[in-house]
Design a protein around this ligand. Structure first.
Ligand code: DGJ
Length: 699
């Protein structure tokens, strides 16, 4: 008899149960999230089937198992794979109860042969057409069991000409939008990197019926809340239905689960639209701003970061001169990046000092506090860079705690960027990582912003803390340990903003974002490449969370660099003293302009108008309360061509101004909404790296 469930809901009547407690009445379960609905059904044997996902009817019969376990009939990729206490490798899941509490639905499943229980959880967000799905796995078997696969969610999409879009790349080359038709067989999009896990692929996918289109067509988005190794499998089964399974990557990560302990899988956010990726994105952006991101409805400051301006080469006087430069340009926040710490092995480059978090006395003889004070006196907020999970072997920390790093016994240590990863499965290491941040923030209350970096992935995943048997827990325990540290930092310092960075976009999932205010998408800041990277990010990340800095990379025209960066959360990585007079004047004006349009950019709805993948010109529009900003960028020479706008009132008249020009703003006068929607906004012929920005305000 099952025993995992709390009181059953009205849908769970005693009469409809078998003698084993299986709910055998055929019941339809609807998870309703506005325009997105998932439907499940219990069949006459008490198994749970998925009936539909959005407008897509799932496979009928056994191919439609909702959360397929391995070993008892299911011969495809499983959502769940369990070795029971007695070595039996099969699991059979039947429905025990269905509970609804507001928008949270819990479907209780159990195995009639074992005291083994799975709860499928669904949290619906009707305002955004979003459903979060995850599971909780538990047992009361007389001994430990092993979970060899433990997905967060599984969906069957039925038959269709489905296409899969992934967002892949590498360091400084993130988020390529790559689409392919889903054919027979299985496609795995995954990461086995453990830490900095998204370096090669973001944990987001789209599945569309036909090629994904911006303004029409059915499309499903999936985004996993997990900063470690993840796995999405997309399998077209012999009967032609398409099965998605999403969750932590169980590769090398079997979980030994003692009786009574709950193993909760991370949330998978699903969103669905029948009207293309544009509406899907706008819904996801609202969801992220309201439900994921910290302070998602508060405008972000304009930031000067010294990284590309100085790299490791700075001292107190230089930093203070950068404050002056930032202030003169109208910026609001200064971030001191890598290189401010370590004395035994000073952090003069990336080869040493990481882990020794005291200010370097040669560069900063008066410490960090004075910098924060001076910044504040000059009217700037102050932020500081940390990489609390990592260590250089050449550091006092490593000399003292060589066993705190992730390594394999007997193997030569493999370094990446001359560094090793600290083992966050170890509570002492977690305490250390928390203290690094907590002490610095307590000591210098003037720090109101931190950049949390993480610059390598795992290649030798072994822990001196975990037992021999539980070595496979390392990757999962690491991420849980990381979240514990992040949660403590957030609770202890609720007013400190966080930029999530991992050598650029190596940690870009919604879980990491839920502890942060924004992500640093890429170390590639050449605007001609950034157009593509920001385009890829824009499917899942709103502009407010997408840090975009003007730098000297690529030596592009400053106007082009600003126009690209201003479509995200604007910042600069430039020494203002090194700007020419013309560049300085332009930067000052552009920053003023950004302040005028910031609310529209950071809180507005995004319309991707022209893709950089399909022509020489890319363009996008951000709209808030009928006020719009339009960006057009030439990735190659682009002829003059009108650009039809979106989301305007055809009856209204709009005042259109081209802003961010090298000379005076250009007034295009009043243009009717109808004309802007149909014949469009006139865009000049643009040479390579040419760009234009327009403000379209209702009259
Ligand atoms: C990688 C980040 O992406 C850069 O922005 C910078 O912070 C460096 N790390 C510092 O080491």
């Amino acid at each position: 008899m099952p025993s995992s469930t709390p009181s059953a809901s009205g849908q769970n009547s005693a009469e409809s149960r078998s003698s084993q407690g299986i709910l055998v009445a055929e019941t339809v379960i609807k998870i309703e999230a506005g325009d997105f609905e998932l439907q499940f059904k219990t069949d006459e044997s008490g198994r749970l089937l998925i009936l539909s996902c959005g407008a897509w009817n799932s496979a009928s019969g056994p191919d439609g198992w909702a959360y397929p376990p391995s070993g008892d009939g299911w011969v495809f990729e499983p959502a769940l794979s369990v070795v029971h206490h007695d070595g039996n490798r099969s699991t059979d899941l039947r429905v025990e109860a269905i509970e609804k509490e507001g928008h949270l639905t819990t479907i209780h499943l159990f195995d009639p042969l074992y005291a083994f229980f799975v709860k499928l959880k669904f949290q619906a967000f009707p305002a955004y057409g979003v459903i979060e799905a995850w599971t909780e796995i538990q047992h009361q078997e007389p001994g430990e069991i092993t979970l060899e696969a433990y997905a967060s969610s599984s969906l069957d999409l039925g038959e269709g000409s489905f296409h899969l879009t992934q967002f892949c790349g590498d360091w400084a080359d993130e988020a390529h939008v790559v689409e392919e038709p889903i054919n027979r067989g299985i496609k795995i999009i995954d990461s086995k990197l453990g830490v900095r896990a998204h370096q090669f692929t973001a944990p987001w996918i789209l599945v569309s019926n036909g090629p994904a289109q911006e303004e029409s067509g059915e499309v499903l988005a999936g985004s996993l809340w997990w900063s470690g190794s993840f796995k999405f499998s997309v399998e077209k089964l012999p009967m032609n239905s398409v099965r998605l399974i999403a969750g932590i990557n169980p590769f090398g990560s079997a979980i030994n689960l003692p009786a009574g302990e709950i193993f909760a899988t991370p949330k998978m956010t699903w969103a669905w639209s029948a009207t293309g990726t544009g509406d899907l994105t706008r819904n996801l952006h609202r969801y992220v701003r309201n439900e994921v991101l910290r302070e998602g409805n508060t405008e972000r400051a304009i930031l000067l970061n010294n990284w590309e301006a100085t790299y490791f080469d700075f001292d107190e006087a230089k930093v203070i001169s950068l404050f002056d430069g930032a202030k003169a340009l109208g910026m609001e926040l200064f971030l001191l990046d890598d290189g401010w710490f370590a004395n035994k092995h000073p952090r003069s480059g990336d080869h040493q000092g990481l882990g020794d978090w005291e200010p370097n006395t040669e560069k900063l003889p008066n410490g960090i506090g004075i910098l924060a004070d001076v910044a504040q006196k000059k009217g700037l907020r102050f932020g500081l860079w940390f990489e609390p999970e990592m260590v250089n072997p050449k550091s006092a920390l490593f000399e003292e705690h060589p066993d705190w790093v992730i390594k394999q016994p007997g193997r030569e240590l493999e370094l990446q960027r001359n560094q090793l990863t600290l083992d966050l499965s170890n509570p002492d290491v977690r305490e250390f990582a928390f203290k690094v941040l907590d002490s610095a923030l307590k000591e210098t209350p003037g720090i109101s912003y931190i950049k949390w970096d993480c610059n390598r992935y795992l290649t030798q995943p072994g822990s001196t803390y975990l037992s021999k048997k539980n070595q496979t827990h390392l990757q999962v325990d690491y991420v849980h340990g990381l979240y514990e540290v992040m949660e403590r930092v957030k609770a202890a310092h609720p007013n400190v903003e966080i930029m999530m960075c991992s050598g650029g976009g190596g940690r870009v999932d919604y879980a990491a974002l839920s502890f942060a205010h924004e992500v640093w998408p890429s170390d590639m800041t050449d605007p001609s490449r950034r157009i593509f990277i920001q385009w890829g990010f824009s499917y899942f990340m709103p502009a407010i969370a997408t840090a975009a800095h003007v730098t000297k990379m690529g030596e592009r025209p400053i106007k082009f660099a600003f126009d690209v960066a201003m479509s995200g959360r604007l910042g600069m990585d430039v020494d203002a003293e090194k700007l020419t007079l013309e560049e300085h004047a332009f930067a000052k004006k552009a920053i003023q302009n950004y302040k005028q349009i910031r609310e529209i950019i950071q809180m507005g709805d995004l319309y991707r108008l022209e893709s950089p993948y399909t022509g020489p010109r890319a363009s996008l529009q951000l709209t808030l309360n009928n006020r719009s900003v339009v960006f057009a960028y030439a990735t190659d020479g682009a002829p003059s061509q009108n650009l039809s706008l979106r989301a305007l009132d055809p009856e209204a008249s709009y005042q259109v101004r081209e802003i961010n020009r090298l000379d005076e703003d250009r007034d295009l006068g009043f243009i009717s909404g109808k004309e802007l929607l149909t014949s469009g906004l006139p865009i000049d012929a643009l040479g390579t790296f040419g760009s234009q920005v327009f403000e379209v305000l209702p009259y």
